[in-house]
Design a protein. Structure first.
Length: 181
């Protein structure tokens, strides 16, 4: 059996791994590894996931008083595309992690070297709340990580170039972030 070509990582220069593409690939592989471990442990949903799975049977403006609806909307969309299974929860979880790591890398890279951005963005995985608790317990809170990273990036971009386009971008990201948790 041949290795699929789209999964092949070609590094032509030793510093290429430190760039955004390398960081995103490493994070995606980390997420895939955790998803496969989760699959090996069984396919049952956690208590919060089962409750959210019930809510996502219909589109609504709100589902729970203390949680905005973005997570349920994304889950409903994901389940429409790949089916109603525990994989839909994992797709949202690990795509969120990849997005967060990407925003942190781009933010740090605009102020520091590629190696420092690489270490900072992937170092998030070493934090207990992300390296362990993220995989076990988060439901709605999974979207807080990319939202916070995106707000930081957009805020620093706006401070650097405070024109109307950056203000609009920052406001849009802030508005979407308010729908996360």
């Amino acid at each position: 059996m041949r290795w699929p070509s789209f999964l092949t990582i070609r590094i032509t220069h030793k510093d290429e791994i430190y760039q955004l593409r390398g960081v995103l690939v490493i994070t995606a592989l980390f997420g895939l590894m955790n998803a496969l471990i989760r699959r090996g442990a069984g396919t049952s949903l956690a208590m919060d996931d089962a409750k959210v799975n019930l809510f996502t049977q219909t589109w609504q403006w709100g589902y729970q008083p203390n949680n905005p609806p973005l997570y349920e909307w994304l889950l409903t969309l994901t389940q429409t595309l790949i089916g109603n299974s525990f994989w839909s929860f994992l797709v949202i979880k690990y795509v969120s992690l990849v997005i967060a790591v990407g925003f942190i890398h781009v933010l740090v890279r605009s102020y520091a070297s590629a190696q420092i951005a690489f270490g900072t963005s992937l170092g998030m995985i070493l934090l207990y709340q992300i390296g362990w608790n993220f995989h076990e317990a988060f439901t709605h809170s999974v979207l807080v990580l990319p939202a916070t990273a995106a707000i930081l990036w957009a805020g620093f971009q706006w401070l650097r170039d405070p024109d109307w386009k950056m203000s609009l971008l920052f406001g849009g990201i802030l508005g979407i972030s308010l729908l996360t948790k």
